[in-house]
Design a protein around this ligand. Structure first.
Ligand code: AMP
Ligand code: MG
Length: 194
């Protein structure tokens, strides 16, 4: 079993973009790395019962449904974890639901995943707002910059809590506009230190 790295960050920070760049750089260095997207696995499970659902509908589902998808996803990820040096899990420390912030990594999820490293990707609120508005593939909620700032704060607090619970480092990486290469490089450096 290789290393498991949990990558978190609020919607629009560019997690998926940075992860794709990370994959490219890791391949270039001959590292074996796989990325799984937590939301994609949740969506696959959901679509078995409700075909046609979009990933941005998940956070609006009843909480018990979200929790049960969340729990089944941990099992699925653990089942897929073998055979690579580094498994990266693209997910969220907090999920903004209409009922409040739902932890993306509650204790039972952390205990199931047993990460070796936590990464938090951040970006400037202005850049996040622009990225959310520009992404036509998503049904992102329009959020004023104050709301984005609150999400960033909550996400940091949750990520620190997670690192404390499992006793692993938290690497915070800034994804500047056009700076995904640099952000990916920083994460890669952290990986090779494990
Ligand atoms: P993403 O494409 O990363 O924005 O993920 C799509 C959706 O999946 C999110 O908006 C959440 O509703 C859900 N999701 C992803 N990771 C988690 C998690 N760890 N716990 C609960 N829901 C999650
Ligand atoms: Mg994403």
């Amino acid at each position: 079993m290789g290393r498991l790295i949990v990558i978190t960050g609020i919607p629009g920070v560019g997690k998926t973009t940075v992860c794709a760049e990370l994959m490219r750089q890791a391949r270039g260095k001959g590292m074996s790395l796989r990325i799984v997207n937590y939301g994609t696995i949740m969506l696959e499970q959901l679509r078995r019962r409700r075909p046609g659902c979009h990933r941005d509908m998940i956070r609006k589902l009843p909480l018990d449904v979200q929790r049960s998808l969340q729990e089944r996803t941990v099992k699925e990820i653990v089942a897929q974890a073998g055979g690579v040096e580094y498994l990266l899990v693209d997910t969220h420390a907090v999920v903004k639901t209409p009922t409040g912030y739902l932890p993306g990594l509650p204790v039972h999820v952390l205990r199931g995943l047993r990460p070796d490293l936590l990464v938090l990707i951040e970006a400037l609120p202005r850049d996040i707002a622009q990225r959310r508005a520009a992404d036509a593939t998503r049904m992102r909620d329009v959020e004023p910059e104050d709301g984005i700032r609150e999400e960033l704060e909550l996400s940091r607090a949750a990520a620190v809590t997670c690192s404390t619970v499992v006793g692993v480092p938290l690497k915070i990486v800034m994804n500047k506009s056009g700076g995904q290469d640099e952000a990916a490089m920083e994460i890669l450096r952290a990986l090779t230190g494990l």
